[in-house]
Design a binder for this molecule. Structure first.
Ligand SMILES: Cc1ncc(C[n+]2csc(CCOP(=O)(O)OP(=O)(O)O)c2C)c(N)n1
Ligand code: SF4
Length: 238
């Protein structure tokens, strides 16, 4: 029988802290299955950032470090230098990755540091109340865009495409979505293997849902996530 709970989850110590229906929880389920499937739980060190990713602290039964504003990536770059056998995963939101912490991913990708970065793009600053972020699409109503985000502020920030332009040629860069758990799982596995087998930098942006701040039910959340794919296409970014 297929297990519905990844073995690498720390459920006894830390039950699910995300809101019901949150894309972070969906991603962590597939990340757990990826770690189980590759048999690497004992090799993983996890880094979580500020934002709702912080709620994943101690979520997996692996050593976990927390820093702020995208600095999880350079922290793990340094950690990996002194512990090269560890597989390091840097996990954060789009605010941390594509806003305040952008410089951190750029340089790790440029140097091809062997780190796997996972960015949850839920189109808002979720932990602080759903304010508009760089990935928020034009017209979206948020507490900081009460009449809809102005198109003059941009048509949606494409972090993976930006990173592709500066990254080392061997870096693995892709986008996936919580609406397709099979694609999500296989993309996460590829990003982990890029580091484990070939010592390459890897980045996965996950299109995610935030029902609490979006104020959406199940169907409307999924509809919005499908809509995101028109601006942020899933697949490998070449
Ligand atoms: C300079 C600065 N501005 C604002 C904040 C407040 N802050 C903490 S978490 C957060 C939102 C993070 O959003 P994101 O990285 O997208 O993660 P999410 O919560 O959406 O998963 C903000 C704005 C801060 N800590 N520092
Ligand atoms: S606020 Fe949004 S991103 Fe944060 S845990 Fe709740 S649903 Fe998830």
């Amino acid at each position: 029988m297929l297990s519905t709970i990844p073995k690498s989850w720390n459920v006894k110590l830390k039950p699910h802290l995300f809101c019901p229906g949150c894309g972070h929880g969906i991603t962590f389920k597939q990340l757990g299955f990826a770690i189980d499937g590759l048999g690497i739980q004992k090799e993983i060190t996890m880094g979580v950032d500020i934002g709702c990713s912080l709620l994943a602290w101690n979520f997996l039964d692996v050593p976990t470090i927390q820093t702020h504003h995208g600095r999880t990536t350079p922290l793990l770059v340094g950690y990996k230098l002194v512990k090269p056998k560890r597989i390091v995963i840097s996990y954060m939101g789009d605010g941390a990755a594509w806003g305040i912490g952008l410089q951190n991913i750029i340089h790790a990708a440029y140097r091809n540091n062997p780190v796997t970065v996972i960015v949850i793009n839920n189109e808002n600053f979720a932990m602080t109340g759903g304010q508009s972020s760089y990935t928020t699409l034009p017209g979206t109503i948020t507490p900081t865009s009460p009449v809809g985000k102005s198109p003059e502020l941009g048509a949606g920030f494409k972090g993976p495409e930006l990173i592709r332009n500066v990254a080392h040629k061997d870096a693995y860069i892709a986008r996936t979505t919580v609406t397709n758990p099979i694609h999500l799982l296989s993309t996460l596995k590829k990003a982990i293997l890029a580091q484990k087998e070939n010592n390459n930098f890897a980045l996965v942006e996950v299109l995610s849902i935030c029902p609490t701040n979006w104020k959406t039910g199940a169907k409307a959340s999924l509809d919005m996530a499908f809509e995101m794919e028109k601006t942020y296409p899933i697949g490998e970014v070449k």
